[in-house]
Design a protein around this ligand. Sequence first.
Ligand code: ATP
Ligand code: MG
Length: 286
Amino acid sequence: MGSDTRYESAIADKNGASTRAQNRPYYTPVGNEEAVFRAAYRQGLSIVLKGPTGCGKTRFVEAMAHDLGRPLITVACHDDLTTADLVGRYLLRGDETVWVDGPLTRAVREGAICYLDEVVEARQDTTVVLHPLADYRRQLPIERLGVTLDAAPGFGLVVSYNPGYQSVLKDLKDSTRQRMVAIEFGFPAPEIEESIVAHEAGVGRETAAALVRFGQAIRRLETGGLREVASTRVLIAAGRLTAEGLSLGEAALAAIAGPLTDDATVGRGLAEMIDVYLDTGTGAGD
Ligand SMILES: Nc1ncnc2c1ncn2[C@@H]1O[C@H](COP(=O)(O)OP(=O)(O)OP(=O)(O)O)[C@@H](O)[C@H]1O
Ligand SMILES: [Mg+2]
C-alpha cells in the first residue's frame, strides 16, 4: 500500500460501491472505546459493538478503520442474508459461470476491516460462517470453491447490534458472542454530546445545549411508551433544521418527537415537553 493511500479508508457497501475518505471521519470518543478497539484489533480479536440506534457505532468504526489505515467493508445485515451473500457465489456471465467474491471474502483477501451492521438480523445459519474467522483460526472456509482462506494480515471482524431493540429470539448465539470482545456504547456525557451536535449540525453551542438537555429529559423518562429514546442522531437532525431557520420547537417536533412515536398520547406528551424545554424562541444563530 502506497504511503499516500495509507490513511484512506474505503467504505464499500454490499454491492461493492465504495467511496474514499481522506480525512479522519469526525468521531469524539466517549470513553476508552478507541483504546479497546486498537488493542483487540492488534491482537486479532473480533469486536462486537453494542448500543442503541444513533449513538455513533458506525461512525466509530469508520474512524478506527481510518486510524488503522485499513479499508472498511460494511455489510448491512437482514434476515434474507445468506452465506453466499457474505462469501460469494457463481454467477452467469455470458455463457460462462464465474465466481464472484462476497464482501466477507474480499475483506479476508484484502486484509480489510469487515463491519457487519445489525448482525443479529442475519439468520444464525448465516453467522456460523464467522466462527472460524472470529477465533484463533482466522480462516474462512468457502465450501463452493473447496478452499479455506487464511485471513490476510490486517483483517478485522467487527459486528454491531442494538440489544434493546431486537427480539430475544434473534439474540446472538453464545458461541458467536464468546468469540468477540464487546464494546458497549451509550450516549455521551452532555458536554461531549453538545460539541458533537454543534459540529454535525453546524449550530451554535446554545442551540446544541438546549437540544441535548431536551434529549436527556427524554432519556430520563422511565419508558414513557417509547421503544427507543432520543439518539444523538435525532438531536443532530433537529439542529440541522434550526440551521435552516426553523425554531427549536418546530425542529424538535419534526426531527425528534415525530420519529420517536406514532402514538398520539405519547406524541402529545413529547410536544408538551418541547414547550417546556425548547419553545424559547431561540433558533439558529444563537
Ligand atoms: N461520538 C461521536 N462522535 C461523532 N459523531 C457522533 C458520535 N456519536 C454520534 N455521532 C453522530 O451521530 C450520527 C449517528 O451515528 P451512527 O450512524 O454512527 O450511529 P449508529 O450507532 O451506527 O446507529 P445505528 O445503530 O442506527 O446504525 C453520526 O452520523 C454522527 O453524526
Ligand atoms: Mg450504524
